[in-house]
Design a binder for this molecule. Sequence first.
Ligand SMILES: Cc1ncc(COP(=O)(O)O)c(C=O)c1O
Length: 424
Amino acid sequence: MFQNTLEYAKKQDAEDKLAQFRNKFNIPKNQNGQELIYLCGNSLGLQPKITSEYIQEELDAWAKLGVDGHTEGKHPWMPYHEFLTENMAKIVGAKPSEVVVMNSLTTNLHLMMVSFYRPTKTKFKIVVESDAFPSDKYAVESQLKFHNMDPKEGLILWKPRKGEELCRIEDLEEIMATQGEEIALLMIGSPNYYTGQAFPLKQITELGHKYSCMVGFDLAHGAGNIQPNLHDSGADFAVWCTYKYLNSGPGSLGSCFVHERHANNPNLNRFAGWWGHNKKTRFNMRYNFEPIEGAEGWQLSNPPILSMAAIRASLDTFADAGFENLRKKSEQLTGYLEFLLDEMKNDAINVITPRKPSERGCQLSIQLKNADKKLYDQLTKEGVISDWREPDVIRVAPTPLYNSFEDVYRFSEKLKSILAQDSI
Ligand SMILES: Cc1ncc(COP(=O)(O)O)c(C=O)c1O
């Protein structure tokens, strides 16, 4: 059904109801003022044009109101995080009470493990996928050490089989069948940052719960990309960032999901701070900590409003587009990219991301056999912003909010011509 021509790509863009959203973003340009082919939303999403207005609104409120901005103005700062909750909850398929925007991803992961990784002498192991993002590995290893466990003994890697790139669910089942009684936590990143493999969250959660393990997900590459349906998955917790597919700016705040069954459990340990305390009595400055019900009860500090303003701008853009529409377009865009790569009929190209749309988001991880970083450098020189992972993988992520079929076509043409050069 797809066609390998520029005319076809342009026709797809002309018929795309979401195409107008590209104009709502600042697309980086080269020195000649031409737009770059930006396929790096998996690393840093682009800036919506309304972001500066949303931030300016808060700068103005601060200038005009000073401290009174906490309670006055169009969007008072005291409840500011609440303005983000409903839209964020929709994006991850959660109830609003299960979601809160706060801190950054790794910090939230630690906070979640304080509550949901409660090892005993016999049940203490943690499972992560073998190619988990390094920060996740550092976090779980340091939690093991914090509880006086040896990571060599306590960390189980869910690995692809020899000669394969992707993790098989049967192998996780096998890990659980043999070591489930010793495992306290499954902590899986989905989609995996390197391969782009999206995992079946509900199936993994049910598997973990069958062995009385807690189950949490790192959705850094999931939020705003796939629909994780967190509430229905039954996961105990999840964490994600907002600077990738959620287009909220470098180092912007992360977000956190805590399933409602944990909303008001007094037996759960947590690291507490005043922003998690009952809103009605927070300013009475009483000493007994009384957590807000739900995910908000895990907040520590009063949050940075300027970063939250950027998140609000981005979430409003998502709400305008509709997540289901975006996902539909995303499958088409990535499907088109896959088609064009297949059309090259080049044995040096191996797409390691799953073929099934239900098992991936928008990213394709393209292994280029015998290539080195020169190829990526050449692509960059020719105006393609992608990302290189040693030893030989280029990750490209056409995102449905601001990428076009033409972007995908032009990328494939550039890759084809670079691969045809002898020097690469
Ligand atoms: C999968 C994954 N986990 C964790 C992180 C770390 O996030 P942060 O620096 O916000 O803690 C990243 C960052 O890119 C990531 O991709």
